[in-house]
Structures are given as C-alpha cells and as structure tokens.
Design a protein around this ligand. Structure first.
Ligand SMILES: C[S@@+](CC[C@H](N)C(=O)[O-])C[C@H]1O[C@@H](n2cnc3c(N)ncnc32)[C@H](O)[C@@H]1O
Length: 335
C-alpha cells in the first residue's frame, strides 16, 4: 500500500520566493572568490527534470562507482551488524530515499531474518517515491511512500503507523544535511529505535573525489537549481572544488552573464554560486558528530573511503565534545 500526502513543505513554499535566498546573504570569500550559497538540498531535487538528471548521475560510472557502489558494499558487507540493532518488528524509515535501493537491501534482509518489516520511503520528489515503491514492493517488503520534508521529522512520523521499533536510515544524506539531522533524529528517538548513517570520508585523494563530481552529467544535474533563476548553461562555467574550511566538495558555477533579478541582489559577473555542498569529513570528525548523540558500531572501508555507523540513542549527551567542523553551526554557510 502506498500513501502520498499533499505537497506542502516549507521547501516547496519557498520555491516561489527562491530569490530571497540571495537577499538573506552577503557573498563570502572562498579561495579568494566572491561566493554565494544556493545549496539547500531541497532546491536540487524539485520536479521531474531534476529527478531525471539525478537518476542519470546515479547510474553514471564516475559518480555511482565512487559513491553509491561504495555505500552499497558498505551496507551489504555489514548487514549482520546492522540487523543486530533491530527488534522483531521494525519500521525502516528512509529519510531522502531517492531510488530506495539501500533501504530496500536492509529491509529485505531484516524480513528474511524473520522480522516483521514496513519500509517507509520519505522524499520531497514524487518521482523518487514511485521508484522506491517499485523497488521495495518488488523485493517483497511492504512499502509505504511519504511525500514530506525529511527535516520535519514530526510530520514524517505522523505518517509512520507501524508498531514496533523505528530504524532511521539517514545514510549518506548526512553529507547534505550535516550534524543537524543527527540532532533532530536523536530528538524523536526512543531507546529501542536505531539509526544508520554513513559518509564518504576525505581519506582518499581529495582531487579524485572532486573529479567524481566534475563530469558533465553532474554539471547538468547541478545546473537544474539555477535553471529556475533565468540563467542559461552558456552563462556559467562549472568548476567543482574542495572547500577546506567546511571540508565540503562544492558544486560551483561561475556566472558570466548575470540576469537582472540576481544583479539587483548584488550578484556580479565573475561571482561563484554554490548549488550543492557535500560534507567530506575525516573519520575523527564523523565519529565525533555521531558519538555526541548515539552509541553503537562503526564500520570503515579503507579501500573505498566509506564509513557507516549503526546504533542507538545516547541519553546523556551533555558531556560530549564535538570536533570543530562537525558543529552544526559551522557546517555550512546556508543563509
Ligand atoms: C543524494 S540523494 C540520496 C538518495 C538515497 N538516499 C541514496 O543514498 O541513494 C538525496 C535524496 O534526498 C531527497 N531530498 C533532498 N532534500 C530533501 C528534503 N528536504 N526532504 C526530503 N527529501 C529530500 C532528494 O530528493 C533525493 O532523493
């Protein structure tokens, strides 16, 4: 059974007034360049065109080979550890499911292990929900779709009516939402619920990671966020880079011809606009952010540079130090 709710998230309301993002900020200097941040993840995944561009990226060799295959291997190689954190009845809640294949693997293994499982696929894009529903259902797992902003966990949980424990799959969406999503999940968890979170570490040559993001398929996907601002592809130059202060790979467009609505907001020819930022922490920073809220098991694949964690809520969080670039406040420069 699938269920969609009407689309009324803050992200969609703000899509109409999206230019206001530029009103709320001054450009900052990054690597000596005037830089604007237009990188709310919700802006990158609106509508069918952006969903299709993401699907093309997801199935491209450079990107899938670097990110998705590494995470899939990380999950499949550690299923016993992951399942050890689940009770006999579980709602697997995939926050920002995309195609939902990773949660499908987890839910399917849990069901094969004799658990009663419902998979809740949560996303702001209906196209992804259709695919996640098909993927979950084909594998024999009861799958429910939830059209909702994942950062509004209270709203998400109103749609989750399975009994038993909840297993929150944040997965690699941690790199888009940062430590703040961990704080939010922690806030709604009970003691028997569990969380899975993962990240591509900066263990590997960062130039190689940036190259993963530099292909034309990623340019076309990233450009989707700018298309709604009246900018043409010929007006920009795509040059992903590493921001060492944020420890993020940033999808950056240098703008050559500035349309009037943007020039009125202070954007100049030659400025950089970041449309997506993906946090690539060290293992130490990732572990510090996670351990502030949860205790459990880490698994790290040194060969792919991918790390995962599965665990339960920590009740005494006041005494935990968090390393500097894992602090929610310094994670990103969202206006
Ligand atoms: C990088 S993709 C990851 C997809 C999937 N979790 C995976 O690992 O393959 C990010 C997903 O999060 C969704 N998303 C982004 N912002 C969101 C939001 N605020 N609320 C719900 N979903 C969101 C996107 O539509 C997209 O499907």
């Amino acid at each position: 059974m699938a269920r969609l709710r009407s689309q009324s998230t803050d992200i969609h309301k703000c899509a109409t007034g999206v230019l206001a993002v530029f009103d709320r900020q001054e450009p900052v200097a990054v690597n000596g360049r005037r830089t604007w941040y237009f990188d709310d993840p919700g802006l990158q995944y609106r509508g069918d065109a952006q969903a299709n561009a993401y699907l093309a990226l997801n199935h491209s060799e450079e990107y899938a080979g670097g990110m998705h295959d590494a995470e899939t291997a990380c999950i499949r190689g550690n299923l016993d550890t992951i399942l050890a954190h689940m009770g006999p009845k579980v709602s697997v809640i995939d926050l920002g499911c995309g195609e939902g294949r990773k949660s499908r693997d987890i839910a399917n293994a849990a069901q094969e292990g004799g658990r009663s499982v419902i998979l809740y696929a949560v996303d702001i894009n209906e196209r992804f929900l259709e695919i996640a529903l098909r993927n979950g259902t084909e594998s024999g797992v009861r799958t429910v779709t939830v059209l909702e902003d994942l950062t509004d966990l209270e709203a998400v949980l109103r749609m989750v009516d399975g009994d038993g424990d909840r297993f929150f799959n944040v997965g690699a969406n941690f790199s888009l939402f940062g430590p703040e999503i961990l704080r939010k999940v922690h806030g709604v968890m009970s003691g028997s619920d569990a969380i899975y979170v993962s990240v591509q570490l900066n263990l590997r040559d960062i130039g190689e990671i940036v190259r993963q993001y530099s292909n034309p398929t990623n340019r076309d996907f990233a450009f989707g966020a700018l298309a709604g601002l009246g900018i043409e592809l010929d007006d920009v130059v795509f040059s992903p880079r590493f921001n060492p202060v944020e420890s993020s790979v940033e999808a950056v467009f240098t703008i050559l011809n500035v349309p009037k609505p943007l020039s009125e907001r202070g954007v100049r020819a030659g400025d950089d606009i970041v449309v997506g930022a993906s946090f690539k922490p060290s293992l130490e920073v990732f572990a510090s952010a996670v351990e502030k809220y949860f205790s459990g098991d880490f698994f790290v694949d040194q060969s792919t540079g991918f790390a995962g964690f599965v665990g339960r809520k920590r009740f005494n969080i006041g005494d935990k130090e968090v390393l500097r670039n894992a602090e929610a406040g310094s994670f990103k420069k969202h206006p």
